[in-house]
Design a protein around this ligand. Structure first.
Ligand SMILES: C[S@@+](CC[C@H](N)C(=O)[O-])C[C@H]1O[C@@H](n2cnc3c(N)ncnc32)[C@H](O)[C@@H]1O
Length: 277
């Protein structure tokens, strides 16, 4: 992975990929550590191009995860998220080719594993309360991979503890809870980039976002939280995603405990999504 970004704040350690959180004597922590350290066993044997009919990784993914962007004026090969025909995008996981696969490094099913785009920068937003934000200095085409939201992988107990602690001390919250619906149950992954994180930690919430989080699996069963653009993003625009698009965030019953949203979009719901966990 190539990731040459750094944090201006020396209190935050730059990591380009998720790292395990503190150990804890619970079954959940044990399971998490096992997942973190295990290698996905499936792999493809493609010796030329990975194609949906013959590539094991694409078969698991329900078709091609990415497609080449038509770039009339560019020689570079840019891949964007592929809409998988009639297949509902949430019904299949995005699984990239991994270290055990026989295909080439240039295979079209390797994208997130190569790291963030190189055009991102961090600067203060117009509102002090919102703090810093992540911006791009060139156009990002719809469907492009922007960066990962990487940090410490926590158990639910650790995430709740840190979240409540942040609330108590009026600190910003960086913990993201990914909810994946897997055969009748919800599997949650908690990522906290507050002390150890990558460039994705500066992405603010918007009620009308230009990006979304897509869980992507590469070498381990633990998903990477990959940020993909859902529209063309103009140079100098802020990168945003919706911190919580689940049903729980669309109900208004708990608005009193929610922070005011400063996304400034015409679709603003007035409050930040109800966060974890
Ligand atoms: C993941 S951090 C984003 C980067 C952060 N702004 C910074 O300065 O490092 C999330 C925190 O940013 C602030 N934030 C993000 N989006 C916001 C929004 N739309 N309105 C108000 N505050 C926001 C909240 O304090 C939130 O807990």
């Amino acid at each position: 992975m190539i990731d040459n970004y750094l944090h201006a704040d020396f209190d935050v350690m730059y990591i380009s990929e998720n790292i395990p959180g503190p150990s804890e004597p619970t079954l959940e922590a044990e399971e998490l550590a096992k997942n973190f350290n295990s290698q996905i066993t499936h792999c493809c044997k493609c010796n030329s191009k990975c194609l949906p009919d013959s590539c094991e990784c694409l078969e698991i993914s329900g078709g091609a995860n990415y497609r080449l962007l038509d770039q009339q004026h560019s020689n570079s090969r840019v891949y964007v998220m592929n809409v998988k025909g009639n297949v509902h995008s949430n019904s299949y996981p995005v699984v990239e080719c991994n270290d055990l696969c026989k295909c080439k490094d240039s295979c079209g099913n390797r994208l997130v594993q190569y790291g963030p785009i190189k055009t991102l920068y961090v600067k203060s937003t117009q509102n002090k309360l919102k703090g810093l934000g992540l911006f791009t200095n060139t156009l990002i085409s719809q469907g492009s991979f922007v960066c990962e939201y990487a940090g410490e992988v926590l158990t639910k107990k650790q995430a709740l503890f840190r979240y409540n602690n942040n609330e108590m001390h009026g600190r910003m919250n960086y913990i993201f809870c990914l909810n994946e619906h897997v055969i009748g149950r919800i599997v949650q992954t908690y990522i906290d980039p507050s002390s150890f994180g990558n460039i994705g930690r500066y992405i603010n919430h918007s009620c009308y976002p230009n990006c979304e989080i897509v869980p992507v699996r590469v070498n381990t069963p633990l998903p990477k939280l990959a940020v993909f653009s859902i529209m063309d993003i103009q140079p100098d625009a802020e990168i945003t995603f919706d911190y919580g698009s689940d049903d729980v965030n669309n109900c208004v019953s708990n608005v009193t405990t929610r922070k005011p949203c400063l996304c400034n979009s015409s679709h603003c719901k007035g409050f930040m999504p109800y966060l974890p966990c």
